[in-house]
Write a protein that binds this ligand. Structure first.
Ligand code: ATP
Length: 206
């Protein structure tokens, strides 16, 4: 089976926990733009993709999957915790599969002017072979993010949220990679910012 030769533009949307990535993506979806939720899709691939499962088993051993073939997430997390080299090796297996899967997914939408890939961690467009044409960073004040996540996930303590934030990229690092920034604070309206970008992607030959 031959692949269609062209895929639409691929625009990344990233931001720290609670910045409003999913909210922004839901607005793009309301405009008819397909969104690939990479973190969820990566979880699915790790559970179901036969080649990836066998690569992960080769790297980490048979304990990486339980007898029902389900990914042993907590066990794997414990193995890579404090072992950055092993985490790098694991990511070196997962990331290329997600890139290839994104490509295949995007080729289903050749009629669309552009599609979106959402993930908590994305690199600058084109970096490390990531296939993104442009990157949008969603930026939101720290206190507001903590407040919104706490409201959305009441089971998480404020300290847990702060710990996650401390392990993520800083605002400065994300802004550095951005082609576009959406400010999701309480003074700038979100929808007009998304609409402006939508029009840019429709008009511009990027
Ligand atoms: P995560 O990294 O945890 O997936 P996220 O960056 O995707 O988070 P969202 O889930 O979009 O963030 O937003 C976090 C919470 O804040 C959600 O409950 C969402 O409804 C709320 N929220 C986001 N933006 C706004 C806004 N502009 N006005 C009101 N509520 C908002």
């Amino acid at each position: 089976m031959s692949l269609p030769s062209k895929r639409p533009l691929l625009i990344g949307v990233t931001g720290g926990i609670g910045s409003g990535k999913s909210t922004v993506c839901r607005i793009f979806e309301a405009l008819g733009i397909p969104v690939y939720y990479a973190d969820e899709r990566a979880k699915w691939l790790v559970d179901h993709d036969a080649i990836l499962k066998s690569d992960i088993t080769r790297l980490l051993g048979p304990e990486a999957y339980d007898i029902a073939g389900r990914y042993a997430r907590s066990w794997v997390a414990a193995q890579v915790f404090g072992n950055p080299e092993l985490l790098l090796q694991l990511n070196a297996l997962i990331h290329p599969r997600v890139y290839a899967d994104t490509d295949l997914w995007a080729r289903d939408y050749t009629g669309k002017p552009y599609v979106i890939k959402e993930a908590a961690l994305l690199r600058a467009a084109g970096e490390g072979g990531n296939r993104l044409d442009k990157l949008i960073v969603v930026q939101s004040p720290l206190e507001l993010r903590i407040h919104r996540v706490h409201k959305r996930d009441p089971q998480r303590t404020e300290q847990e949220i702060k710990n996650i934030i401390s392990r993520q990229l800083s605002d400065e690092e994300r802004i550095e990679m951005a082609d576009y920034v959406i400010y999701n604070n309480e003074t700038q309206l979100l929808i007009p910012q998304v609409l402006r970008l939508h029009e840019t992607f429709l008009r511009t030959d990027l």
